[in-house]
Design a protein around this ligand. Structure first.
Ligand code: NCD
Length: 350
C-alpha cells in the first residue's frame, strides 16, 4: 500500500506525472468529475485547518467522491480517550483513503501502520506537511515555469514551520536550488534538517535580515510565528511580529519575485502587498485543490489491502521528544531509521 507521508514517497517521475495531471485537471475539469464516484474519503483533523481540510474535501467532491470528516475531536470518541490506532483501524474499514492532521510529530506514519487504505499526511505537529509542499511546487512550476535553480528565501518561524521543513527537503531533490533561511537565531531550522542539508550538499545560508536578502531572491516563502507550538507563551510574545513584508521593502526585490505563503497569514505580510503582481499566495492556495485531486486519484488507484500485522506494540519508549507521537500514543513500537526516531526524526539519544 502506497501512503503519502512525506514528499520522498514520490519519485521525481511520479511528481512530474502528478503535476501534469494537475495541469490537465485545470484545463479539463469536466473530464474528472466521475473518477472517484462511489469512493469515500475519511478526513481526520485533530488540529485546526481551513485550506488543507477544505481543499481536500473540495478535491474529493470534484472527483465525484464523498467525504466523512472529523473536524473537532471533541465531538468524537477521541474525547472518550480512544487511541489513534483504534480510530484509524475503524476509519480504514469505512474509507478508501484517509487524510489526517494531528499535533503529534510522526502521527501520519503511526496511522499508516493501522490502515487498510492509503493514509495522507495533512500535517503532523511541527514536523512535515507534504501536501502543502505539493501545493507550493505546483505554484512554483506554474507561475515560474520550472523549479530547478530556484533561489528561495524562507522567512519567519523556521523552527516550528512544518511547511518549511517539507518544502526544503523536497526542493533539495531538484538541481541547483539555493536556500536563504531568514529567522531569529532562536527560530532557526531544527538540527535534523540542518544535518540533512549538510549531508546532501545543498547551498544554504542562515541569516537574520529580510531586507538584505530580498534582492537575491526568485521566491520568498513567508510564514507566521507558530504560536501553538511554543511551550512558553512569553517566548511567542518575544518573537511575534518579528518580520513584516511591506510594499516599501518590496521595492528592493526583483520584478519577477514570487511571494508565497502557506497561509493563514497573521501580520507578516501587510495587506497592501496583496495588490502587488508578485503576490502569489492566493493563487498558490487555489492550486492546492487541483494538485490534491491529482494526489487522491493516484492513491485511490490501488487495490484494498488487509490490515497490516500488529507487531511490536507496547515495548519501551526510546524517543525523548515530548512532541513525538510516541509520547501521546504509548503503545506504538519504537521504530528506528538512521539512528533516529522513525516517527519524528529526532536522534534517540536527545
Ligand atoms: C500551514 C500549516 O497548517 O502548517 N497551513 C496550511 O496548511 N496551509 C501553515 C500555518 O499554519 O502556518
Amino acid at each position: 500500500m502506497r501512503h503519502f507521508i512525506d514528499f520522498s514517497d514520490l519519485t521525481m517521475p511520479e511528481w512530474e506525472e502528478l503535476y501534469r495531471r494537475c495541469e490537465d485537471i485545470l484545463a479539463h475539469p469536466e473530464d474528472y468529475r466521475d473518477v472517484a464516484r462511489g469512493r469515500a474519503m475519511g478526513s481526520l483533523f485533530y488540529e485546526p485547518s481551513t485550506r488543507t481540510s477544505f481543499s481536500f474535501q473540495a478535491a474529493m467532491l470534484r472527483l465525484g467522491g464523498g467525504v466523512f470528516a472529523m473536524s473537532d475531536p471533541g465531538v468524537t470518541s477521541v474525547a472518550k480517550g480512544e487511541s489513534l490506532k483504534d480510530t484509524v483501524i475503524m476509519c480504514s474499514g469505512y474509507a478508501d483513503v484517509i487524510v489526517i492532521r494531528h499535533p503529534g510529530e510522526g502521527a501520519a506514519l503511526a496511522a499508516s501502520r493501522y490502515s487498510r487504505v492509503p493514509v495522507v499526511n495533512a500535517g503532523d505537529g511541527g514536523h512535515l506537511h507534504p501536501t502543502q509542499t505539493l501545493t507550493d511546487l505546483a505554484a512554483i512550476s506554474r507561475l515560474r515555469g520550472h523549479v530547478p535553480g530556484l533561489r528561495i528565501g524562507f522567512c519567519g518561524d523556521l523552527k516550528h514551520g512544518r511547511t518549511v521543513h517539507s518544502l526544503i527537503r523536497a526542493l533539495s531533490a531538484f538541481p541547483g536550488c539555493s536556500f536563504f533561511l531568514i529567522s531569529p537565531r532562536e527560530l532557526a531550522i531544527p538540527g535534523y534538517l540542518r544535518d540533512f542539508l549538510g549531508r546532501s550538499g545543498q547551498r544554504y545560508a542562515e541569516v537574520t535580515s529580510l531586507e538584505d536578502t530580498l534582492p537575491e531572491l526568485d521566491a520568498l516563502y513567508m510564514t507566521r510565528v507558530q504560536r501553538e507550538r511554543f511551550a512558553d507563551p512569553a517566548e511567542y510574545e518575544r518573537h511575534k511580529g518579528v518580520y513584516v513584508l511591506t510594499g516599501d521593502k518590496l521595492r528592493a526585490a526583483r520584478r519577477e519575485l514570487l511571494i508565497l505563503h502557506p497561509l493563514p497569514r497573521v501580520d507578516e505580510i501587510s495587506p497592501e502587498v496583496d495588490g502587488d503582481p508578485r503576490a502569489a499566495y492566493f493563487e498558490q492556495a487555489r492550486l492546492g485543490m487541483y494538485i490534491r485531486m491529482a494526489l487522491l486519484m493516484r492513491l485511490l488507484d490501488q487495490p484494498p489491502s488487509p490490515l497490516p500485522p500488529l507487531t511490536g506494540e507496547g515495548g519501551p519508549r526510546l524517543c525523548r521528544n515530548p512532541n513525538c507521537i510516541t509520547a501521546r500514543e504509548r503503545y506504538l513500537p519504537a521504530l528506528e531509521a538512521h539512528g533516529a526516531c522513525a516517527y519524528c526524526e529526532r536522534p534517540f539519544a536527545l
